[in-house]
Design a protein around this ligand. Sequence first.
Ligand code: MCN
Ligand code: CUM
Length: 798
Amino acid sequence: ENGQHPDGQHPDGQAGNGHHGFGRVPRKEDARFIRGRGNYVDDIKLPGMLYGAILRSPHAHARLVSVDTTAAEAHPQVRAVITGETLTGLNLAWMPTLSNDVQAVLATDKVRYQGQEVAFVVAETHYAARDALELIDVDYEALPPVVDARKALDDDAPVIRDDVEGRTDNHIFDWEAGDAEHTDRVFGEAEVVVAQDVLYPRVHPAPLETCGIVADMDKVTGKLTVHTTTQAPHAHRTVYALVAGLPEHKIRVVSPDIGGGFGNKVGIYPGYVCAIVGSIVTGRPVKWIEDRSENLMTTSFARDYHMRGEIAATRDGRIRGLRVKVLADHGAFNGTAQPTKFPAGFFHVFTGSYDIEAAHCAVTGVYTNKAPGGVAYACSFRITEAAYLVERLVDVLAAELGADPAELRMRNLLRAEQFPYSTATGWEYDSGDYPRTLRTALDIAGYDELRAEQAGRRERGEGPLMGIGISFFTEAVGAGPRKHMDILGLGMADGAELRVHPTGKAVLRISVQTQGQGHETTFAQIVAHELGIPVDDVEVVHGDTDQTPFGLGTYGSRSTPVSGAATAVVARKVRERARIVAGAMLEASPEDLEWTPGRWAVRGDPSTGVTMQEIAMAAHGSLELPEGVEGHLDATTVYNPPNLTYPFGAYVAVVDVDPGTGKVTVRRFVAVDDCGVRINPMVVEGQVHGGLADGVGMALMQVMAFDEDGNHLGASFMDYLLPTAVECPSWELGETVTPSPHHPLGAKGVGESATVGSPAAIVNAVVDALRPYGVRHADMPLTPANVWRVVQGRPFRT
Ligand code: MCN
Ligand code: CUM
């Protein structure tokens, strides 16, 4: 199936004019965004508001000898200067991270990466606060930094985290998954083994809106209100409650419009805590908004995984085993965001989409003198790294065997009848028909013709070099079942509340928080689909802890799998209540009623039916209801997902490489995604487009580089490059639909799929183009300079 429904009709015919459910409904939120009427944190101005600015360390590693704030405090516009010492007095100098480590809010003993927070100035204007930073006199004693993760565990490596008593090295954790012994046995017996070192470089999610906060401590009511950029308002509130010792009902976290999150806005940053302290100290609201360089240098980066992967296979191309070793660079504080039990996130889905007998991975995390983070940038908790690694390895195996990469994949993909499938590392994939999806992508691409064109060009020596790359990915999204997953002890179930007013208009309250994914539209569509009312009659309330039920927020593409399911369940509760009311209205037994979208009617006699709007009015009216039935139609629920959902997809990239300059042009890109039932196919395609652009960025342009002193070399968009329409081809999308069997709507998450799946397709295509040079692998980013370097000195053989 490759269905496009330009008329807004859902294939099941339920959506129609006026949009009563699923389908290509235009996004409600766009009306304000395209008119410049969004309301972002930096748009918020409270009476008497002050402005904060952060003094940051120029050193990657240095002892803090002294911080003299006298001159800054004397600045006429400055209202407070906060240092590590001030915070120590409040027991707030260190804060817990999402990985059960601690992180300095403001440095007290040492600075551990360039850009680390040292002091916070609160002043009457933003400019005055910035000016006053220059008046602070800090005495540093420089220490040798650890920049290369591969040297972090050397005996003579300086110990970064000597704040922890007795620590003698930079080791954070060792973690493994799979059966090592079984895997070694399979490798011992294997006919063919290939091994490859693969780096997934440090990159940055770089949302257009940087991080920020307006903190307002009301001394009279004792209530703290923070307007902030957060993907997880309720989780932030609980963390603030634990850190500051304030009760939760005295904290309100409001997340207004957010200009992109991409995992950058999951954690709590020192600037947030400083702004809150600033408001407590001055008794006035304090705004802190970071600038672009601060965002790129200090907030949650992504990846930095040094991987070594091996595949064991038979001569005829049957993959039997996978063995992986990873060195994970977590920066100076272990602040990665993922469910507690999984220090390497969901990296252990690295067996990908294949039927593999045995697999094992061992991950070691280390500290370096770089900013903390690691889980961000549409990664689905490190599935980006896993998918990239296995898809690179399969191509290395194809090269070794002289096999076609599409055929090799087809040969090893899980077959439809194998689902639900238990992987060698402990996942239970819910549903899939992988060969069908790969075939769809190959058909759209015209794979055989592309290969023929490539062969012809190679034969004729016709430039530029053409490459074709394939990737097939499986994701695990929708964290997660409470018994397996929590973050800082908070379980990952989501609440939902639905109110239906007397005239049949509805208000849905959810805990997930859109950063551009279109939740105000798509969650309204879910309610409309379940209740048969117009999408426009459903208002979605989110991003305010005072107005929404508890839930863990938006990341790991969990909104549709968890809160989307909660929404369907709560709407069905309302529909069932409506059935009882309709029974009373129609003087029939509720069991004898039948639902057709929008109305309950006596079975076999649809003309007698009552609409949802009529039922809502009656439910609030004087109609006599059966004994024990309350009036109104409101309902609440908490959804604890039974499993994750497993979206998947097949991508084909076609590139042209100029060997003289090393420049790569993405000529075509075909993406066939299967995220189960699509609530809004247009929104899904938008998500895929964005993720494919991410893939072009990471594969060809992006890396957070450092020099050997730990100086950050990419602190602006002049150096850290974002892909634009110029670098991206016109995406060619297809779809298959394999519903999730355990999700009430059959939907799976999709928000990160394309970011996860696309880098491998592009890199595989570039390596394929460079085959005449005998190239088997090249690390991202494949910038012109890097590609040029890879082919230097290599003989060209067709
Ligand atoms: N959707 C759908 N049908 C499906 C699946 C999803 O119609 N079968 C719709 C959903 O209703 C929702 C959107 O697609 O409107 C994305 O849904 P989902 O896959 O559940 O992902 P989340 O809403 O949880 O979004 C999170 C995900 C993550 S983790 C990152 S990172 C990322 C991404 O979304 N950040 C984004 N996409 C982004 N898109 C924008 N514009 N901005 C970001 O910051
Ligand atoms: Cu890993 S980025 Mo998203 O999960 O917010």
